[in-house]
Design a protein around this ligand. Structure first.
Ligand SMILES: *Cc1c(COP(=O)(O)O)cnc(C)c1O
Length: 396
């Protein structure tokens, strides 16, 4: 096909290629699992968010299949028309209990959950949204769709957050919303939620935590950062995703009954985009069951995390500030990071390179996530390859 009107795409792509920003994703030829077939090659997979290794779990799959048999493949309606099935409500109830909140509301993704809440709560120019500079793209887009102005504080800088809360603009705001990732997705560090919570109470701001990388990962039984800091019941809004540890796709907000019902009446993604296939709800119910009944799964994730980080450090790599299973391996140069990833792949290990603008220049890296399903042998194999290629490229 040849359209003169679309000639710009070729030029834009050339620019992206020059800047190492042109994306051609690798392709899975198997399920998402710790050792997967990617681009027709068997590799140790250190790149997915399949924290609990449940995406390919026989019990979880069986539950999803049963839901398809009972409820069909899809809902063919938005929640507010006739897309609410009893299994969606069952999952909302279970997520509310898991997050020790009164109620929860499902959205189509973690991304739309953030958009839904930011846009619904920050509905006037008199409101103020206050956001950590390293928050996820969906929070940034949510704040762009909000009517309120926004203020950005330096990453985890509590003095800066306090300064913003004390500003004239904040003092005269109708509503203030502080938004933070619970676990930051590129560095794997944890937000100082205890301190943020204190400031939120002192300055009368609503607190919203996006626990996409924390739910099913940290806190007791994987309940998230709020639980990790002993703040159960004390944070207004907890966002979660069904797309990472929960191995399906979707998102939710756990909050009060009143706010849940308000979001269910005004949040645009809820009103204008269809509900999840019932198999998604069944998948997540099964994952929750495993989290609550089989503590071994979460324990494995953390044992693997500790082992892998330790071995990488012993090999001499800089693994940044991570406190979670997200472990960056700092490289500091785009071309080198891309080459590191490619050569590792040839050796049988998949770890994706992350370059500018996803991370600042000079902070280019490989980003790895171990799962509960990796064996010590898989991880030893990976570290040996990291060492081999790392030496070759003078990274260690
Ligand atoms: C992955 C992620 C999201 C998006 O979740 P999806 O369910 O994949 O849309 C939102 N916030 C954070 C912090 C994330 O890491």
């Amino acid at each position: 096909m040849n359209f003169r009107t679309l000639n710009f795409a070729k030029k834009e792509n050339q620019i992206l290629k020059k800047e190492n920003r042109f994306i051609q994703p690798r392709v899975l030829n198997s399920s998402q699992r710790p050792v997967a077939v990617i681009d027709n090659k068997r590799v140790v997979n250190l790149t997915s968010n399949n924290y609990l290794a449940l995406a390919d779990d026989p019990y979880v799959k069986q539950k999803a299949i049963s839901a398809i048999k009972k409820y069909g493949a899809g809902t063919a309606a938005v929640r507010t028309i006739i897309g609410t099935m009893d299994i969606h409500l069952e999952l909302e109830k279970k997520f509310a209990a898991f997050k020790r909140a009164e109620a929860a509301i499902l959205f189509q993704s973690g991304f739309t959950s953030n958009v839904a809440v930011c846009q619904s709560l920050m509905s006037s120019e008199e409101d103020l949204l206050i956001s950590d500079e390293l928050n996820h793209a969906s929070i940034i887009d949510g704040s762009r769709l909000a009517k309120s102005p926004r203020k950005i504080y330096r990453h985890k800088d509590m003095a800066h957050l306090k300064e913003i809360l004390e500003s004239a603009e904040a003092r005269k705001a109708r509503r203030k919303l502080i938004v933070t990732d619970g676990v930051f997705s590129m560095d794997g560090d944890i937000a100082p939620l205890d301190e943020i919570h204190k400031l939120a109470r002192k300055y009368d701001a609503i607190l919203m935590v996006d626990d996409a990388h924390a739910s099913g990962v940290i806190g007791k039984q994987g309940r998230g950062t709020v639980n990790h800091f002993g703040l159960d019941g004390k944070v207004e809004i907890q966002i979660g995703t069904l797309s990472k540890a929960f191995a399906a796709v979707g998102g939710y907000a756990a909050t009060t009954r009143e706010l849940r019902d308000y979001l269910g009446s005004v949040a645009r993604p809820f009103l204008f985009s269809s509900s999840q296939p019932p198999s998604v709800a069944a998948t997540c119910i099964a994952v929750l069951e495993i989290l609550l009944k089989k503590p071994q799964t979460l324990k494995c994730l953390w044992e693997n995390t500790a082992f892998f980080k330790e071995e990488l450090k012993k090999a001499g790599f800089d693994t940044g500030e991570s406190e979670t299973p997200i472990t960056p391996i700092m490289v500091g140069d785009s071309e080198k990071a891309v080459r590191f990833s490619k050569e590792l792949f040839n050796e049988g290990v998949f770890a994706l390179s992350i370059c500018y603008p996803t991370v600042p220049r000079g902070k280019e890296r490989l980003r790895t996530i171990v799962t509960a399903g990796h064996t010590i042998k898989d991880l030893e194999f990976a570290v040996e390859k990291f060492r081999k290629v790392g030496r070759k490229l003078s990274i260690i």
